[in-house]
Design a protein around this ligand. Sequence first.
Ligand SMILES: *[C@@H]1O[C@H](CO)[C@@H](O)[C@H](O)[C@H]1NC(C)=O
Ligand SMILES: *[C@@H]1O[C@H](CO)[C@@H](O)[C@H](O)[C@H]1NC(C)=O
Ligand SMILES: *[C@@H]1O[C@H](CO)[C@@H](O)[C@H](O)[C@H]1NC(C)=O
Ligand SMILES: *[C@@H]1O[C@H](CO)[C@@H](O)[C@H](O)[C@H]1NC(C)=O
Ligand SMILES: *[C@@H]1O[C@H](CO)[C@@H](O)[C@H](O)[C@H]1NC(C)=O
Ligand SMILES: *[C@@H]1O[C@H](CO)[C@@H](O)[C@H](O)[C@H]1NC(C)=O
Ligand SMILES: [Fe+2]
Length: 446
Amino acid sequence: MAALLCFCALISAVCCAPLIETQPEQVHVSYPGEISLFMIDSCQSKQRQTVVVFIPIIFWLSVVEYGLWGGKLFSHTAEGDASVFIDGGPENRTMYVHRVTLTDLTPAASYVYHCGSDAGWSDIFYFTSLNESVSFSPRFALFGDMGNENPQSLSRLQKETQMGMYDVILHIGDFAYDMHEDNGRIGDEFMRQIQSIAAYTPYMTCPGNHEWAYNFSHYRSRFSMPGHTENLWYSWNIGPAHIISFSTEVYFYLEYGLDLLFRQYDWLQADLQEANRPENRAQRPWIITMGHRPMYCSNDDGDDCTHFQSYVRLGRNDTKPIAPGLEDLFYQYGVDLELWAHEHTYERLWPVYDYKVFNGSSEEPYVNPKAPVHIITGSAGCREKHDGFIPKPRDWSAFRSTDYGYTRMRLINGTHLYLEQVSDDQVALACVCVSVCLFVCVCVSE
Ligand SMILES: *[C@@H]1O[C@H](CO)[C@@H](O)[C@H](O)[C@H]1NC(C)=O
Ligand SMILES: *[C@@H]1O[C@H](CO)[C@@H](O)[C@H](O)[C@H]1NC(C)=O
Ligand SMILES: *[C@@H]1O[C@H](CO)[C@@H](O)[C@H](O)[C@H]1NC(C)=O
Ligand SMILES: *[C@@H]1O[C@H](CO)[C@@H](O)[C@H](O)[C@H]1NC(C)=O
Ligand SMILES: *[C@@H]1O[C@H](CO)[C@@H](O)[C@H](O)[C@H]1NC(C)=O
Ligand SMILES: *[C@@H]1O[C@H](CO)[C@@H](O)[C@H](O)[C@H]1NC(C)=O
Ligand SMILES: [Fe+2]
């Protein structure tokens, strides 16, 4: 089946170094997913990956040396490009982001690699290339709002990632708090911290409000997501799912361009249309979105999601032309699951559309739900600590927790998806790895 051959993985690693050093650091990997979205035909059969490296001396090469796990070390070499990134702070700090795409990877194979050049090499890392089968059951860790200070979930994620528990990590906006601070050094420090997970497992992102500085330039420059929108919105496929990442921030930072909001909206519509073509939806029945600021939440902080007239949900009428919201779009195109963060809490919703609950049935609300299911998971830990909840949740709220933690998700197959929320607080108290299990089993109706 041609369709099975074509999913492309992208690894991106960032390496950065203090100014006088030439040794790479901040290595991270991501999937490129760049070739035709649904891979009906006309795409290459091997995977691609990218490595991003920060090295201060630009003329040195960006090189990744790699080889199959257990085979000869560094039997393959790939070269990439460096791009210059100048922080917007008073020091005008210059950084060189090196990106290398690995091609010709064997699907679902483990590789050992390092990156750099003759001027210095990183440590050795390993990753597993993507299993391109639509019957692959990928395992995700997902969370938002993880900072450089107080990253409560990081140590558990480090161990679990290095044990191979996850095929992909989704960071749903708000990094480092904030990447631009101290002339970008907080961003460097954060990228070094997450290297322990992001150099081993593809780290897929979307922008949050904490990335606002200098028109999201740190976010746009440091990551390497699929597509050509500087990581702002893109989609990719894994196993039975089509995953869409977008920016909720286009609804809030109008000073960077109202046209971004409309360009994203048009792109979302076209992408959802394509994902819903019968042959595509049959292959990848799950449509999952990730965006930073939720449409719904039970928090007490006055954020957008606490208002019935949420900008993300209903759009804005104070712009010319009026800016459409996303709830109708996602509902119309049968999005199954919407992942959010921003609120420093965990909340699971019953299937909801237009403030009304659309349970599949009262016994099994998540079996063939009649509206998207929302998960808000923004409690991985940052210097802003927790957010609070209003005392009495609305009827669309199914479960809430103010514990620090993150979400595990498994796409079992084309009809079943499993989610659980890990509490870092309860794990710490009990000194054993117990997770608060919140079972969500969603069946696709088509
Ligand atoms: C940073 O760049 C600005 C604008 O180009 C310039 O005015 C300023 O002097 C530069 N600062 C340093 C420390 O180089
Ligand atoms: C990919 O996953 C499928 C489904 O689990 C499995 O049958 C297949 O063997 C995997 N492919 C590789 C190359 O491991
Ligand atoms: C902000 O960045 C986006 C993405 O590169 C660009 O399209 C937009 O024009 C920029 N806005 C401003 C005001 O520079
Ligand atoms: C515009 O939106 C605001 C809230 O964002 C709402 O209160 C108002 O009724 C809306 N006006 C119109 C004409 O729809
Ligand atoms: C949806 O299902 C849940 C679980 O059975 C139930 O508690 C809730 O009341 C239902 N909501 C509506 C509006 O039917
Ligand atoms: C999908 O997974 C569920 C849960 O493991 C299982 O009950 C179901 O039979 C599977 N469906 C298919 C088509 O394999
Ligand atoms: Fe946020």
